[in-house]
Design a binder for this molecule. Structure first.
Ligand code: COA
Length: 414
């Protein structure tokens, strides 16, 4: 079995999270990812949030698996000459510097095309063309400017950011799709192209149901939102607590032990097709004959009361007991799983979604493996590289002699 992207060479100029997520995904699929880092410094995340002193942080190691590291000062003359060779050698260049950084080094899109017309040049930026295109952006800025924060949180409370890194990792995923699409296009056009993804756009794409609701709002209240029927709606899609974003009402309810366990909760969706079984399970057979309860429309004004009744029952059981009872009844539901529970879940270890990796300096650590499984192409997870671990080997591959490598080193270019 061969790896799906075997033979594709990626010049990885990414740092922090959004770009590294993209190139890690391509590396898992078998691309040769050459991570270019500043000599002696490297990706800033190597040293951020360190749990073990002077050892690459989990922040870095969990975003840079399966890559090779080359140190190179792309601002020095020798460094620029080597960088030019790397552009000739690779199929794809990926970067997520602040706007204009690569242009300032002398490598704008026109120059890159001159060096290698087959090169696919992919970038993450905070914003697309417009008033904010020159701004630096981190995860939570993207969540706030892409529509996620204004639509997340409790009703009548402050906007909230989510733990899921939809701005960084989400945009990295979008970019990876753009890259493989451009590679496919190149296979018949013979030409590279520019691929860009703005974090604001990536977040907005993930929030499209909220733009749906914005337009529905012009035609009346959003009947599945907790504000209906007694609260008020303003001009924009409001925050909706834990209400389901779809046409089937859902909510998070307490389970046995919630007083002391912060994760003793379950999400229950009262899908119309499974409502009879759910009503019977919680001891509300009476709802089935009652016109106030026995249709989805009749239940809409009483969703709060309905979830209170469901919660009276779930509070008598653990979240896993609730799953065991409701799943055979086809009621969609899911326990709130803590990171500890996920890390220890045997089925996630078996599928390679949670992987234990060995690192020469930190020892064993857990990482999230490739969530996308291909039936014929393995995606094994290897450790992240040490800073500059593959410098000599990569420089030899692009044609530098031992003497040239030594002279680049003494000039401080690598
Ligand atoms: N050799 C020489 N110089 C290098 C280098 C190398 N190998 N790698 C990076 N540099 C330089 C850059 O050219 C830049 O120099 P310049 O400012 O003189 O042009 C400098 O290092 C810093 O890069 P920058 O991207 O500005 O880093 P930052 O730490 O100031 O900003 C971000 C970090 C994430 C805010 C910014 O990169 C950004 O907005 N990126 C786009 C959006 C994004 O991806 N954000 C999410 C990150 S998870």
């Amino acid at each position: 079995m061969s790896k799906a992207l075997e033979g594709v060479k990626i010049l990885d100029m990414t740092h922090v999270q959004s770009g590294p997520t993209c190139t890690q995904l391509l590396a898992w699929f078998g691309a040769d990812v050459i991570k270019v880092e500043r000599p002696g410094v490297g990706d800033a995340t190597r040293g951020q949030l360190q749990d073990i002193p002077n050892v690459d942080s989990l922040y870095f190691t969990m975003l840079n698996s399966n890559k090779r590291s080359l140190t190179l000062n792309t601002k020095s003359d020798e460094g620029k000459a080597i960088f030019t060779k790397l552009i000739e050698h690779c199929d794809v260049m990926v970067e997520n510097f602040a706007p204009g950084a690569l242009d300032r080094m002398g490598f704008n899109w026109e120059r890159i095309q001159e060096i290698n017309p087959r090169m696919i040049y992919a970038s993450v930026k905070g914003f697309g063309p417009g008033p904010y295109e020159g701004c630096k952006v981190y995860e939570n800025v993207a969540q706030c400017t892409g529509g996620a924060a204004s639509t997340t949180g409790e009703i009548d409370s402050v906007p909230l950011v989510t733990g899921a890194q939809i701005g960084d990792s989400g945009t990295g995923l979008h970019l990876a799709l753009g890259i493989v699409t451009a590679l496919f296009h190149r296979s018949h056009s013979g030409k590279g192209q520019r691929v860009t993804c703005a974090m604001q756009d990536g977040v907005l794409n993930l929030c499209r149901v909220k733009l749906r609701d914005q337009q529905r709002l012009e035609h009346g209240p959003l009947t599945e939102y907790p504000q209906y029927p007694n609260g008020t709606f303003g001009e924009a899609t409001p925050r909706a607590g834990n209400a389901s974003g779809g046409g089937q009402p859902g909510w998070i309810v307490k389970c046995k032990g919630w007083e002391t366990d912060p994760d003793a909760y379950i999400y229950v969706i009262t899908q119309a097709a499974a409502f009879d079984g759910l009503a019977k399970a919680i001891g509300h057979e009476d709802w089935l004959e009652d016109p106030d309860w026995n249709t989805p429309k009749a239940r809409l004004p009483r969703l709060e009361e309905m979830f209170d009744e469901i919660e009276k029952w779930t509070k008598t059981k653990s979240k896993f007991e609730v799953m065991d009872i409701l799943n055979p009844l086809n009621v969609p539901c899911g326990p709130i799983l803590s990171m500890k529970e996920l890390a220890e879940e045997p089925s996630l270890r078996e599928t390679g979604t949670i992987v234990e990796v060995d690192h020469p300096e930190r020892g064993k650590y857990l990482t999230v493996g490739n969530p996308v499984k291909l039936s014929d192409s393995p995606a094994d997870v290897d450790r992240s590289p040490l800073l500059g671990e593959h410098t000599d080997e990569i420089l030899k591959e692009i044609g530098l002699s031992v003497a040239e490598i030594e002279s680049s080193k003494s000039a401080g270019a690598v």
